[in-house]
Design a protein around this ligand. Structure first.
Ligand code: ADP
Length: 393
């Protein structure tokens, strides 16, 4: 009897033990699965974080503005590529103070003011050591939820190009006012002298009236050239690109100068090969040639010779045209500058010839809008050669 009970108890215990082991194995399996899930979730989370970080970094670095983050101790914590470009930084400045990194008192003052005032807006910073770059700085403190200072964020915007454009605009307006005022005050002076009595002497009156007419013409040319420049620059002139046979176009320009060539006894030679055809806006191309021949007439010598030629330049379907004269030419230091608006080698001679100082600027603009280049070579005393390129049709 006891033996039977003992066996039953042992069997019972074995059954309990077996069921516990089974349960333990199941629990272990569940635990393993959960651990794997947790690992997978952790990995996914890390991947998402890395992806977001890469996106933020790409965004941060694609900004043209320079961004600089200072920590609570005023040390550089983060910068983007925009900032490296703006300050030509060639080494890592993280961990340095503003003064160590940039050696600029103005920048340190901006940081100090930001600490006190919370933010500094639209402060301008000149960098004479860095190609006269001019930057606009916006700075703000970063606070945590409790309002505790965490650092300072500075954003730098490059104003250099804007400044240059503004200076060019101011210079242009000043030049235009001067160019308009000069003939106007001369006209006014002659009119006053005529009113004061010169009108009573027919010979003097005629001379004065001719001078007045000359200055009035100059004003007209100037206004025409200014309108052309302004239309070209604002993109109002849309090029009507077509196949243009060069030789007949040059013939038309030569005809425009017939009376002046007779007067100055100048020969204009069209040496353009008959078969050359380019892709261009015919009216604008005629204007380029007109301006170049006009200059060759104005600054070339009496009984001189002007040659207009063209040839295949070989590379990339280009055609090179040349207008050459045998006048006094252009000094080497002026060959780059003659294409600038209102630049003249000899101001008095240009005025006397009715020049506006805009002819070559117009030429350059038209040629460049055709995708070409323009340049001049000159052997002073032996004439000037103006070249430009166009696309062959
Ligand atoms: P402008 O109305 O004064 O002629 P341009 O822009 O056409 O203005 O030319 C600028 C300057 O370049 C001229 O004032 C002149 O000094 C110089 N120049 C242009 N073409 C010639 C040339 N063929 N020979 C000598 N000087 C020239």
């Amino acid at each position: 009897m006891w033996a039977f009970l003992f066996i039953v108890a042992i069997a019972g215990l074995a059954a309990v033990h077996w069921s516990w082991r089974k349960r333990c194995r199941e629990l272990n399996r569940v635990l393993d699965r959960s651990m794997r899930e947790v690992e997978a979730l952790k990995e996914h989370h890390l991947e998402t974080l890395a992806h977001e970080h890469a996106q933020q970094q790409a965004l941060f670095n694609s900004m043209t503005e320079g961004v600089l983050l200072l920590d609570q101790q005023g040390r550089v914590r983060l910068i983007n590529q925009g900032l490296e470009r703006l300050f030509n930084l060639s080494y890592d400045i993280r961990g340095q103070t503003i003064m160590e990194a940039f050696r600029m008192h103005e920048l340190r003052d901006i940081v100090n003011r930001t600490t006190v005032e919370g933010h500094v807006l639209a402060e301008e910073l000149d960098l004479p050591g860095l190609d006269n770059r001019c930057l606009q700085v916006n700075a703000a403190t970063i606070l945590n939820r409790e309002g505790k200072h965490q650092g300072i964020l500075l954003v730098f915007h490059d104003l250099t190009r804007l400044r240059q454009l503004e200076n060019t605009r101011k210079e242009f307006v000043a030049n235009v006012s001067h160019e308009l005022r000069t003939p106007l005050s001369l006209i006014k002076g002659y009119v006053e002298t005529l009113i004061d009595g010169a009108k009573d002497d027919p010979a003097v009156a005629m001379r004065f009236l001719q001078t007045i007419e000359k200055h009035a013409d100059r004003l007209t040319y100037l206004i025409e050239d200014l309108l052309t420049i302004s239309r070209l620059e604002s993109g109002q002139i849309v090029l009507n690109m077509q196949a243009v046979a060069l030789r007949p176009l040059v013939d038309r320009v030569v005809i425009d100068f017939e009376s002046r060539t007779a007067e100055k006894k100048v020969a204009i030679l069209n040496q353009v090969p008959t078969e050359l055809t380019v892709r261009a806006d015919a009216d604008r191309l005629q204007q380029v040639l007109f301006n170049l021949v006009d200059n060759a007439m104005k600054y070339g010598k009496n009984e001189g010779r002007i040659e207009i030629s063209a040839k295949n330049a070989g590379e990339d379907k280009a055609v090179e045209m040349c207008v050459a004269d045998d006048g006094p030419g252009i000094p080497p230091e002026a060959t780059e500058r003659v294409f600038e608006r209102f630049y003249r080698v000899d101001r008095a001679r240009s005025r006397e010839q009715g020049g506006t100082g805009l002819g070559l600027a117009i030429v350059k603009h038209i040629v460049q809008s055709h995708g070409g280049e323009v340049w001049v070579t000159s052997d002073p005393g032996n004439g000037a050669k103006f070249y430009f390129t166009l696309q062959r049709e």
